[in-house]
Ligand binder design. Sequence first.
Ligand code: AMP
Length: 652
Amino acid sequence: MNPDEDDEYEDYVPIKKRKAAMKEKLVSDRQKERREEAERVMRERLAEEKKKRGIANSLLAVSAKLKAEEEANKDSREQAIKESIKNEEDKAALKKADQLLEQVQLQMSTPLMSVRERAKGIIYKERMPAIGDWRPIKKYRDMPEEERASIREKYFIEVNGKDIPSPIKRFEEMRLPRGILEGLKAKGIMRPTQIQMQGIPCGLMGRDIIGIAFTGSGKTLVFGLPMIMSALEQELRAKVQPTEGPFGLIIAPSRELAHQTYEVIEFYTDHLAEYHKEFPKLRSVLTIGGLSTGTQAMAIKKGCHMVVATPGRLNDLLTKKKMSLAQCQVLVLDEADRMIDLGFEEEIRNTLDHYRGRVAAAMTTMTTMTTMTTDLATKQEAPAVLGQRQTLLFSATMPKKIQDFAKTALVDAVVINVGRAGAANLDVIQEVEYVKQEAKLVYLLKCLQKTPPPVLIFCENKSDVDDVHEYLLLKAVEVVAIHGGLDQEERHEAIRSFKEGSKDVLIGTDVASKGLDFPAIQHVINFDMPKEIENYVHRIGRTGRCGRTGVATTFVNKNQDETILLDLKALLLEAGQHVPPFLMQLDSSAGGREEEEIGGVKGCAYCGGLGHRISDCPKLETTRQKTTSATKDYLTTGAARYTGAEGYAGDW
Ligand code: AMP
């Protein structure tokens, strides 16, 4: 029979393919069920929490109550909240904020707990033990709280949490093995940065951390060093065998950032092996899209200590059982806010489902570790908490409310903030200039004269990057470009040549250059103002690092939304920068009382912008749109894939 003439005719599909399709459908149905179940359980828990606490039916109130329990100044805070609810308008704003925050809490905290944990109501109460029984040297152990506070004040380190160890001002006092100290020296790293002073001791003590710090603040070492030490501890207990490991996992939102982190880990593990003949070389594997899955799976199969991954590829390997997290005890989410923004919740949640954590371990002798760091205890008992891990969350910006939400999924977390304080204290001269759309390219050339290279230029979308790139090439500027539309090879090459200094200018989108570390950037030019103030903070944070002064120039014109301009104005005022007359003219009070505190929150509770309220938050709006379209995708194709402004296909 001719298939073209028969309407009923169906192509023959081989059984293998049919089975695969059925399996895929089953998996996707199951994923959907699990997601719905997770959300249901989360909602129930929220409702229970509210009922238990027997206070106003609002999430803000629950969160305020929880916080009040922890903090000693309970009465004064509640009083402040009550006083700030001055009139009906405030109440309405609070109610709306409550509703929006409730959605945000679901969005933020759901990915931080696995389905198993949520379904079984598992909440970890005990902190993880210190890595290799690490503790600060006596000088810091005995340091009075006032002295600790004054060090933090001096270095603009804000902390929040219980039993926070003293910040340590020298690497030599951190009880790190010699190999690591030699590695630091080889990199020319002499003194810890703010986040390192406070974060490394917390990490070595096994504490969960929420770190708010920019790329360039030295945060890689804050999670990298404790993770290396933890892996070393495991290796010394029992040599890693084929198929075993990893003991630590770092997830980053982009391939480039993952690659960069992997190189840092490799560098220090090489140094460890070089300086301590008794230590084997710790093996790390980079699992990102764009590289062969087979090679990555093979490297994991040989047995590895650490994995640095992007969410998409990681999930692929986990789902195909080419990798296991049964022994993994440390989880790092770098640029956590970005991963949530980019819609990777599902991937992160699935990853957590693969954690099995520390199994009851026998008493172990740690003689080798003892010779390495002088007075480590010789014996320790590992706890028998199944599935627990040390979680380290890093993010460049994180509003207070979101921190509170994230904290609910961690154990007694220490919040270390050098981000916001850092934003105001950045050594960056921020210049905002009114430039008409058609005059931008020409003005850009002039602007490039402000400082010597290297210069970073940010554009909001790919086509602008291409236009600016072409124009500057015509003007004989040594320039390279990077955006999501270029292939991995081109992006890699652009970054390499810019880092090496053979190119003076790099143009990129936010997504493409997220988290990348470029040394000594002199000038950041925002060819357009980003749509969200957080991105502005991310962008300008690329310059003015490690005591150097940098310049950030931002072009604005009538195309910009007033909301973002108000945010910008508030940020410039907060940082004590010059506010140009056209921004000064903008009436901050036009849309309400944004600059006042309502219900304990100043500005937007979601993105932290000071020029608007959560109800007008552009970031929340974008996130919602993305989530809605992603859900649609999920339902129609059975595969949760997300496409953001950059055509982000799950993982690159
Ligand atoms: P990160 O924020 O981890 O991406 O680090 C940014 C850059 O700062 C990297 O090139 C590091 O090598 C460098 N760095 C890290 N820690 C320090 C430090 N304590 N002093 C000077 N440079 C550092």
